[in-house]
Design a protein around this ligand. Sequence first.
Ligand code: GRF
Length: 225
Amino acid sequence: MIPKRIGVLLSGRGSNFEALADSVAAGRIPNAGIAVVISNREGAPGIERAATRGIPAKVIPSKGLEREAYDKQVAAVLQEYKVDLICLAGYMRLLSPFFVAAYRGRILNIHPSLLPSFPGLEAQRQALEFGARFSGCTVHFVDENLDAGPIILQAVVPILDDDTPESLAARILKEEHRIYTEAVNLVLEGRTRIEGRRVIHLLAPAGRVEAAQGAAANQVGAKHS
Ligand code: GRF
């Protein structure tokens, strides 16, 4: 099987990128590689981290550029690196309808709250100040709206009485690193089907589901015979 090529877009620290890169290196994301990392901000630590790992790392400054014009530059680089799946990892820009249409169903984002609660900036602070007792993180497909596309996976963490936005963010981040890998695998293996707003998790890649279900039914049958 031809290895799948992941493109990561980021604007800052890059810990989610590193978690994905670690997963690829450890074989937890099998048959895939990170082909390129792109940042819209110069000096983003995530870009340094990518370069240190020997992964092609590009800065495409977004300042002053109209959204679609900028996204066209990004899309050109993603095409050059033959990217199959795009992972947003702390990418602080809304995508243009042009970009979303070009990669529909192939862009994932991670957000540090249980969407649809607390979209946008400072999601951990929003959850804390609202008084929620639980928060968490969400990996979702990206559509034209902010933090709004179909949800692939979520993880829940408690909010403790003595939490600060920073302590809550750290608890959530651990879960982010875990579920982003899981979600990438689901999508790369073709084990998601979108029905309206719902993402159904399949036992096997679409098309092979019936075979898998048949096999499972046989096993159940065998137990009872
Ligand atoms: C993460 O909390 C992610 O959920 C949000 O931005 C933050 C990026 O962190 N979208 P990092 O750059 O991956 O460390």
